[in-house]
Design a protein around this ligand. Structure first.
Ligand SMILES: [Zn+2]
Length: 149
């Protein structure tokens, strides 16, 4: 694979990412498993305890066959249903979580929730951390996700 310059390489990687992402979404039916919505879909692990990694984040790193194994555990949910499910999960596991440190993947989710317009307080409650922690995440003070996309 020869690339004239770094930009060509970046474009290639981006295209590859979107192609693979589309393939994953196709496999999962391209609609929300709960309500049938087709816009703003997110990948959700049906059972969080079986989650090994974030599929989209690993798309370009892991072989497709490995990705497929993880995709089998997933479903698509629209923002609304994903939020509801996540809230329920935190209601269930909340106690245990209250003193737990946030993982990188939590931080990603939190950023998503912020984008979706949830208040820091509301998000903090779900993750058992203060609204200040959430606002720090927003401002990138405490958390930096490595591996720039
Ligand atoms: Zn839905």
């Amino acid at each position: 694979m020869g690339y004239k310059n770094k930009n060509d390489m970046n474009t290639y990687l981006k295209e590859k990412y979107y192609r693979l992402k589309k393939a994953v979404f196709n496999l999962l039916g391209n609609k929300c498993a709960q309500c049938g919505e087709t816009e703003g879909l997110q990948i959700d692990h049906k059972d969080k305890t079986l989650k090994k990694y974030n599929v989209l984040r690993q798309l370009r790193c892991k072989p497709w066959a490995i990705i497929l194994k993880e995709v089998e555990k997933c479903q698509l949910l629209c923002k609304k249903c994903h939020l509801e499910k996540t809230k329920k999960e935190f209601d269930r596991y909340g106690e245990k979580n209250s003193s737990a440190k946030l993982k990188n993947e939590d931080v990603e989710e939190i950023r998503n929730f912020i984008k979706q317009g949830l208040s820091y307080r509301e998000i903090g409650k779900m993750y058992g951390v203060s609204n200040v922690s959430i606002s720090n995440i927003k401002n990138n003070k405490t958390w930096k996700i490595g591996r720039a996309v």
